[in-house]
Unconditional design. Structure first.
Length: 243
């Protein structure tokens, strides 16, 4: 099994609807004629940095403002500007697609005007024209990345009172359809096994912005799946399953 190390300028694909499944009644014809509306208002999307991942949506129209914050497991190692796309289907109606932690799914929100009230709600799968436009035209889920994908990761960190090397590396397993990941920090170490589906390769996605973290990924063609997060937090080594 080949484990690779290279800079990734490619466009990584996240399937763009909740649960990773396209609705059965969606067709090419439904989406082919879709044209976004000219907005009569503004949408601002932000991601507050707190203990729990969140998305905040601010909707402004006709001199009124509505803001709402939702708890949401966000996709990791993705720049804020790549986490979402907005599609206006009417001048006073906008869908907001946000990439979830599970790389196969997107959560949609809908900002609209009902009577004299502004509404912002989580919704299920939007009409085919909406998500196809968000994905194909606006590039939702096609994340341009210059992050480095490696099979060995090592950084000297101070976390809590501990200064030590944070080491994560991929190792061959006893069978070709799996791989082992070893991680250590400050005297603690863990090894986990990961199944390797046919046609997939494995790597560690790292970013200089978050040196205390890296993510085990599986890649096949344009599909990139975030599988396991390895993290050092307050001096403790943590391994969290993402799927």
């Amino acid at each position: 099994m080949k484990v690779w190390s290279f800079l990734v300028p490619a466009m990584f694909l996240f399937a763009c609807n909740e649960g990773g499944k396209k609705p059965l009644n969606s067709t090419v014809d439904e989406a082919a004629g879709f044209q976004p509306a000219t907005p009569a208002g503004k949408i601002n999307v932000s991601f507050p940095r707190g203990n729990e991942p969140q998305v905040t949506i601010r909707f402004e129209i006709d001199g009124k403002t509505k803001e709402k914050t939702f708890d949401m497991p966000l996709a990791q190692q993705v720049a804020d500007e790549d986490l979402y796309r907005t599609v206006w289907d009417k001048p006073n109606s906008c869908y907001i697609g946000v990439l979830k932690e599970n790389a196969h799914s997107t959560r949609y929100y809908h900002a609209s005007v009902e009577g004299s009230d502004l509404k912002i709600n989580q919704v299920g799968t939007p009409p085919a024209g909406i998500w196809k436009y968000a994905e194909n035209e606006l590039g939702l889920g096609k994340i341009s990345s210059n992050q480095k994908v490696v099979d060995n990761y090592k950084r000297s960190l101070q976390s809590g009172r501990i200064i030590a090397d944070f080491i994560v590396k991929l190792e061959p397993a006893s069978t070709k359809d799996s791989i082992r990941m070893y991680a250590e920090f400050g005297g603690a170490s863990r090894t986990v096994s990961q199944a390797l589906p046919k046609g997939y390769t494995a790597g560690l996605l790292a970013s200089p912005v978050t040196p205390e973290k890296c993510v085990l990924i599986l890649k096949k063609n344009d599909e990139l799946v975030h599988v396991t997060e390895v993290l050092v937090d307050k001096g403790h080594l943590q391994i969290n399953k993402l799927n």
